[in-house]
Structure formats: structure tokens, C-alpha cells
Write a protein that binds this ligand. Structure first.
Ligand SMILES: [Zn+2]
Ligand SMILES: [Zn+2]
Length: 264
């Protein structure tokens, strides 16, 4: 069964000796049934690259954004607004299916950057709605504030929580709101008991799978750079937690990916 990697950074592939070219990444992932990739661009060069790469590879679609940790840096240099304006232009491309990753990161950005981070998040929400694209959320140690901003701004029709990291109550909230929860290699980590409880409480029709490559490599390969060909390890762990067959889970994930991002 084929699945899509719903969140990948092919342009951040790690040290040169470990990095896969786009063609190698697609060949190795397709060989294990990961036939499609959502490439997420997190700054202006990354967003331009994502659009260009998606244009050249039919297996790839793009998300464009200024990462929540990038926005305060740009604001400091006085260039956040013009960078957002270019993201807005890129978001109109046919191969761009997502606005994001955007959201809040209270882990890497301190209190001094939070107002700019939130302003950027709100601008991305507005773009997702205006362009009719799915909003991909990055939420690190900021669950309550992410939910607050989403409700205050009015969430777009389609929302994905990338690398979902909430608990059972947060998962239930997202499910009630009709959002998707994308699980990464973190769900295979030994200490991720609460995350697996959240996964177990999530219905099949709300689930996506991702690498966030080159980060968050699933067990037993933790420590080496992540890539889409390792998605089956995460899918297997998810199927065990959910007590469903891998085929049934892959069928659901493939359908959910199309529902969230549109088919490709
Ligand atoms: Zn992220
Ligand atoms: Zn990411």
C-alpha cells in the first residue's frame, strides 16, 4: 500500500555525505511504498525551492511559509512584511497545496519574539483561507496559544497539525474541529507514552504520517538523518498502537492525505 510523507524538508537533508538528492530520495521512498511527498519550505529560499522542485517532480507538492522561528528574525531586520508578501505570491502556485509550516514555537523563540511570531502565524492563517490551501501548523510547547490564535483568527477549512505532540485532550479537540493529526517518528520513541495514548484516541480518518526529515528519525534508526524511505517504521508503530492492519492504516492515510492536500 502506498502512503505519502505529509511533511518533509528535502532541502535540509543534513551533512553532504549523508544527503540524498531529490531523485535518490524519491527512488528510495517509492521502493518502500512512500510514493508521494509534501515538501515544506520554511524561509524564502526554501519556499522558492519547494515550488521549483514540485514543478519538476510530479510526486512532490509544496508548502510555503516562514517558520515560526524565522519570523522573529526577519522582523528584527525589518523584512517580515515583504517576506510574507512573497510567500503570498508563491502560495498561488498550482503545485503549492499548503500554507505552512506556521504556528508558535515557545521552545526555540523566547518571550521577546512571541508577538512577531504570532503576527506571522495570523498572516499565514489569512493566506491559507484566501488561497483555499490547507494550513500546516507547527506547535512546539505552545498548544494553548496555538488553539487560541486559531479560534480568534478563525481556522481555515482544512488544518493539519504537523508532528502532533499534544495529549489525549488536545487530540480530541482537533478531532472535534475536523483537523488532521500528522504523526512523525517521535511516536516510535520509547518515552512517548502520552503521544501514543493521543494516537490511540484518534480516529483513522484524521491521521496522517510524516518524517519531518531530516529530523525525528524513527526507531530503530534514531541518530541517522531521517528520510521518506523510513516512513514504514512509523506506520508500523502506529498500526500497533491503533490495533489495525498496516494495509488498512495506509489506505486511510492515503485518503486523508488527498482530503487534506488535494490529490496528486
Ligand atoms: Zn515543525
Ligand atoms: Zn518541519
Amino acid at each position: 500500500m502506498a502512503v505519502a510523507d505529509s511533511h518533509c524538508h528535502l532541502d535540509l537533508a543534513g551533512p553532504a555525505e549523508a544527503a540524498l538528492s531529490v531523485d535518490e530520495a524519491l527512488a528510495t521512498s517509492s521502493a518502500v511504498g512512500v510514493t508521494r511527498i509534501v515538501q515544506i519550505g520554511c524561509d524564502l529560499p526554501g519556499a522558492r525551492w519547494a515550488v521549483d522542485t514540485a514543478n519538476r517532480h510530479p510526486q512532490i507538492v509544496a508548502g510555503v511559509s516562514l517558520h515560526p522561528n524565522e519570523a522573529p528574525r526577519l522582523a528584527q531586520h525589518g523584512t517580515l512584511d515583504e517576506a510574507l508578501a512573497e510567500i503570498d505570491l508563491l502560495a498561488a502556485h498550482r503545485v503549492v497545496r499548503a500554507v505552512g509550516e506556521t504556528g508558535l514555537d515557545h521552545f526555540r523563540t523566547g518571550p521577546e519574539g512571541r508577538a512577531d511570531q504570532e503576527a506571522s502565524f495570523r498572516a499565514h492563517i489569512e493566506m491559507a483561507k484566501r488561497h483555499g490551501k490547507v494550513l500546516v501548523i507547527h506547535d512546539r510547547d505552545a498548544h494553548e496559544d496555538v488553539l487560541r490564535v486559531l479560534e480568534e483568527s478563525g481556522a481555515p477549512d482544512r488544518v493539519v497539525f504537523h508532528c502532533f505532540s499534544g495529549d489525549v485532550a488536545m487530540a480530541a479537540h482537533c478531532v472535534r474541529r475536523g483537523w488532521w493529526l500528522s504523526f512523525a517518528g517521535t511516536v516510535t520513541f520509547k518515552n512517548a507514552v502520552g503521544l501514543r495514548e493521543a494516537l490511540a484516541a484518534t480516529p483513522l480518518d484524521r491521521l496522517l504520517v510524516e518524517t519531518d526529515a531530516p529530523y525525528l528519525t524513527p526507531m530503530p534508526y534514531r541518530g541517522r538523518p531521517n528520510a521518506s524511505y523510513l516512513v514504514p517504521h512509523t506506520v508500523r508503530a502506529m498500526a500497533e498502537v491503533l490495533e489495525v492492519g498496516e494495509d488498512a492504516l495506509c489506505t486511510a492515510i492515503a485518503a486523508n492525505t488527498d482530503a487534506a492536500f488535494g490529490s496528486w
